[in-house]
Unconditional design. Sequence first.
Lengths: 138, 138
Amino acid sequence: MTSTEPAGAGRAAPRPTRQRRAVARVMTTFADFRSAQEIHELLEQQGDPVGLATVYRTLQLMADHDEVDVLRSEDGEAIYRRCSDTHHHHLVCRSCGATVEVEGPAVERWTSAIAGDHGFTDVSHTLEIFGTCPACRS
Amino acid sequence: MTSTEPAGAGRAAPRPTRQRRAVARVMTTFADFRSAQEIHELLEQQGDPVGLATVYRTLQLMADHDEVDVLRSEDGEAIYRRCSDTHHHHLVCRSCGATVEVEGPAVERWTSAIAGDHGFTDVSHTLEIFGTCPACRS
DNA sequence: CACTCAACTGAGAATCATTGTCAAAACCGG
DNA sequence: CCGGTTTTGACAATGATTCTCAGTTGAGTG
Ligand SMILES: [Zn+2]
Ligand SMILES: [Zn+2]
Ligand SMILES: [Zn+2]
Ligand SMILES: [Zn+2]
């Protein structure tokens, strides 16, 4: 047993590979939600290609670490976006995809209260608001 | 043009076929969310088989008419459930899938207000609350 | 530096939900 | 019963995501 891990339960720290850095970097270059496929293409165009499977794996990893928000577009495709580290929700333009991060203590309180009323514990929630943004109101 | 429709814009009324009735009926037999595939199997077991494609088509139709709620399971699969005809949200048990319909004028107001503040129109929203129900709190 | 080994990668195959196709069947009003 | 329309269902096609697995890479070691 030549392990160098601290004695406890050992989850190996992920390696900072070129591919992972590349994905992390492109995620900082746009502000709206993009699909894994689009991110894969972006990387290719930027001359820093990463295999599609790796893009998927990396995005999942980042999502697990709360480094990106994941949500499902209306047709079920998973889409990703970098996000601030505080809990928040999104106001998304149905037409152009523009996104605004919003927060509201009131909603947070309401969801906890409702769940509590019904005896639910370990409560979490998802909330997305869709609409047409001013720019698209041609 | 031999149409018998009233002169205006004509969207033909859907026919109440055996298949559509069968789907509508089976939707009343359970209270939680089920995938189209599961619903298709249920129908088969109940000796009232409906083609998978038709199940999908019918569920979409019912969703368009707000006769069923649609939401996406975590892996992107569309799942369906009969629901009351008023706008509401769901409190879902992560462990056993038990569902409670909840409403809250406060949230409705909040989402409209937020969207309005940012100049968004045609606003809609999705909100799901997840937790562990009392029964599963073994 | 050369070595070792698990973590990591990527090309392509495999999955799997969902949608498209289209000829045959069911309906409906007349 | 007739003609036109809608609906159905078996099957193919699509498309995102996951799996496979052999080859690569990186970090720690002596
Ligand atoms: Zn817009
Ligand atoms: Zn929240
Ligand atoms: Zn439960
Ligand atoms: Zn609402």
